[in-house]
Ligand binder design. Structure first.
Ligand SMILES: CC(=O)CC(=O)SCCNC(=O)CCNC(=O)[C@H](O)C(C)(C)COP(=O)(O)OP(=O)(O)OC[C@H]1O[C@@H](n2cnc3c(N)ncnc32)[C@H](O)[C@@H]1OP(=O)(O)O
Ligand SMILES: NC(=O)C1=CN([C@@H]2O[C@H](COP(=O)(O)OP(=O)(O)OC[C@H]3O[C@@H](n4cnc5c(N)ncnc54)[C@H](OP(=O)(O)O)[C@@H]3O)[C@@H](O)[C@H]2O)C=CC1
Length: 283
């Protein structure tokens, strides 16, 4: 299965990163969002990242222009009509993903693979709204996409071996490392990461230490590049809450209950770095 045309849905922090690494690897990319402003923000981030590569001598101006030339804007899911693979990176919400996958199933070519960058939502349940569940797969990139090497590849119940192999090959072309896992709540990455972040928020809520102290203890004591509260801000507190809810519901175990402080911050619109305020403030 030869992949050349890629469509990325959602031009937020993950979608823009995915579009960038695909275009850098030579794929033709359509970057889709609902609003022009969202696309403009996404392509702005990509341009900034590529300019830094030029400044650091890792890329020429011509190469930067060629990468940008391979990305075209889209505000309509029907633009998936010539895609070989669609990688969905819209918000972490099952209703929205269902609606996107239903439409994609109608408009994308029969051979197209429909992948989701979901952090935690069941791939099997996303696949079930399509007529091609064997061509639906999880392709879970890590944030920031241009830097992080891992792509967690999740097989839904019906995902075919052929589709798995095509996605594995594409991941290698992106200079990333594919690691396979099965479709279970939170997969592997977030089943392990997110309870740690949630526990850090409980620790803050209970006044055990300040946010700075919690982060310093985990950074200096465990050699983590970011403390858990800083990392939560970086991921997005809305995304963290969605993931905890998926774990809580999926396992039915109270150890996964989201911290009330996390819920409160999300209700306040303090979603972390992307909104300028989370546990920390950002200018
Ligand atoms: C929620 C999910 O479903 C799954 C997830 O993604 S969970 C989140 C997983 N990600 C992590 O855990 C990230 C943890 N943090 C880190 O690894 C590091 O703090 C970091 C890579 C983000 C920044 O590294 P740092 O050494 O502190 O900062 P800095 O020196 O500024 O950056 C290192 C490099 O990354 C690049 N970089 C940093 N942030 C970037 C971004 N947002 N986009 C693109 N490049 C970025 C920098 O340009 C720099 O590149 P060069 O050295 O080649 O110039
Ligand atoms: N943040 C992280 O660290 C990681 C996130 N993920 C997953 O990636 C996905 C995206 O997360 P992230 O990039 O952080 O989120 P962002 O909020 O940064 O971006 C999501 C983008 O998708 C847009 N969007 C929402 N609905 C639709 C739709 N129906 N069609 C097209 N675009 C839409 C949003 O527009 P608007 O703002 O107008 O709603 C926004 O621009 C989620 O599933 C998340 O779980 C995976 C790995 C890591």
């Amino acid at each position: 299965m030869a992949i050349q045309n890629v469509m990325v849905i959602g031009a937020g922090q993950m979608g823009s990163g995915i579009a960038q690494v695909c275009a850098q690897a030579g794929f033709n990319v359509k970057l889709n969002d609902m609003k022009q402003e969202a696309y403009d923000r996404g392509i702005g981030t990509i341009t900034k990242n590529l300019s830094r590569n030029v400044e650091k001598g890792r890329m020429t101006e011509d190469e930067k222009a060629a990468v940008l030339g391979r990305i075209t804007p889209s505000l309509d899911l029907k633009d998936a009509h010539d895609a070989d693979i669609v990688i969905e990176a819209a918000v972490e919400n099952m209703e929205i993903k269902h609606s996107i996958f239903k439409t994609l199933d109608e408009v994308a070519p029969k051979h197209a693979i429909l992948a989701s960058n979901t952090s935690s939502l069941p791939i099997t349940e996303i696949a079930a709204v399509t007529n091609r569940p064997e061509q639906v797969i999880g392709m879970h990139f890590m944030n920031p996409v241009p830097v992080m090497k891992l792509v967690e590849i999740i097989r839904g119940l019906a995902t075919s071996d052929e589709v798995y192999q095509a996605v594995e090959e594409m991941t290698l072309k992106l200079s990333k490392t594919p690691v396979e896992c099965n479709d279970f709540p939170g997969f592997v990455a977030n089943r392990i990461l997110m309870p740690m972040i949630n526990e850090a928020i409980f620790t803050l809520q209970e006044g055990v230490a300040t946010k700075e102290a919690i982060d310093d203890i985990m950074k200096l004591g465990m050699n983590h590049p970011m403390g858990p509260l800083q990392l939560a801000d970086f991921i997005g507190l809305d995304t963290c809450l969605y993931i905890m809810e998926v774990l809580h519901e999926g396992f039915g175990d109270s150890k996964y209950r989201p911290s009330p402080l996390l819920r409160q911050y999300v209700k306040a619109g303090w979603l972390g770095k992307k909104t300028g305020r989370g546990f920390y403030e950002y200018s």
